[in-house]
Design a binder for this molecule. Structure first.
Ligand code: ADP
Ligand code: MG
Length: 329
């Protein structure tokens, strides 16, 4: 890790990360200076990086396996948002000199499983020791057929606005874990281990059904606003149509004000996308094919340069979500 412990760094790479690279010859067994990778003809590569720091982006108490799933999940979700098939991963790992080998082994196994599930493989990275908190930066490269990437910028007036899965579980789950809400294991797990929607996103991109797409990491309202900004449109969300898990419903029944957290809290790693109302049957069919709930929660309106996201409550009154969304640090 540090220069004086160079053998340790090589040992860690060889023991725990090399096995993850086996299925990609271009990784050169993680034994060369860099990977050499072939890009299939007629494909574009889609590249994303996310850095996660203990105590900032994940809880220090999270298990090594959970940490790996989170690191992989947030990056896989970015590729889902673009409609790309995940393929190659590069991990810059900052361990502490006190991180045990057991921790690293469990982390590596968790990372291997999460990447494999998504069809991706570890092809390189860097391993360092730091006196600071644990931190992991994953770079993911995926493929998309030329011109088929989903972007934030194609939403059109009159489009339906959809989300996958259920919304707000991540934000409520974090509150469960930090003790500001009663513990609900389902929600805590949803926060800790994102399940990005890559399979559905791939089909959505291949079918050419979505006009704009974003993954919900900062919060539903904030991320729909990202679509509005990029597409120069406004959006209306009907709160009553936003799909909730049973666990979230349970909490909201006791405290209706939690709906604000659902609409503005982050860490769901679901997708929000827009599509023409003419394609609603095709979208339903895709959702069924991938066994994923997909719900229309509102629609896209003509833009006025202000990228307004109106959220209407049960009485069709505009809800005030405060600042809304995760503020990046
Ligand atoms: P350099 O000295 O050029 O930084 P390294 O010794 O860090 O090279 O890396 C040697 C090989 O191991 C490279 O192929 C690199 O991609 C790979 N590698 C290092 N750390 C990791 C990691 N955490 N995950 C995957 N591959 C890694
Ligand atoms: Mg290095």
């Amino acid at each position: 890790m540090s220069d004086t412990k160079h053998s340790t760094e090589f040992d860690v790479i060889a023991r725990y990360f090399r096995p993850l690279a086996k299925s990609e010859p271009g990784a050169l067994n993680l034994a060369d200076d860099a990977a050499v990778l072939d890009i299939p003809k007629d494909m574009q590569i889609v590249v994303t990086t996310d850095a996660l720091v203990a105590g900032v982006h994940f809880l220090e108490t999270l298990s090594p396996r959970g940490t790996a799933q989170k690191v992989a999940g947030v990056n896989l979700s970015d590729l889902a948002a673009m409609g790309a098939q995940p393929k190659w991963a590069f991990l810059a790992a900052q361990f502490s000199p006190h991180t045990s080998e057991e921790w690293i082994a469990d982390f590596a196994h968790g990372l291997g499983d999460a990447l494999r599930d998504a069809g991706a493989v570890l092809t390189g990275g860097d391993t360092v020791a730091t006196p600071g908190p644990l931190a992991f930066t994953l770079t993911l490269i995926g493929f998309v057929a030329k011109g088929c990437a989903l972007t934030r910028s194609g939403a059109k007036q009159g489009d339906d606005l959809y989300v996958t899965g259920t919304i707000g579980d991540g934000a409520l789950g974090l509150q469960c874990l930090t003790g500001t809400l009663p513990m609900k294991a389902y929600l805590a797990d949803r926060y800790a281990r994102p399940r990005p929607r890559n399979a559905f996103a791939l089909k959505l991109a291949q079918a050419g059904l979505a006009n704009a797409c974003v993954d919900i990491s900062d919060g539903l309202a904030a991320d729909v606003r990202h679509i509005c900004e990029a597409s120069n449109v406004n959006a209306t969300i009907e709160a009553a149509r936003v799909p909730l898990s049973d666990a979230a419903k349970d909490l909201i029944e006791h405290d209706a004000s939690l709906m604000t957290n659902v609409l503005s809290g982050g860490d769901d790693y679901e997708l929000a996308f827009t599509a023409s109302p003419d394609d609603s049957a095709a979208i339903k069919a895709l959702a069924q094919e991938t066994s994923l709930a997909v719900t229309c929660i509102g629609h896209i309106e003509k833009g006025n340069g202000k990228s307004i996201v109106r959220v209407l409550d049960h009485d069709a009154c505009v809800m005030d979500l405060g600042v809304g969304g995760y503020v990046h640090r």
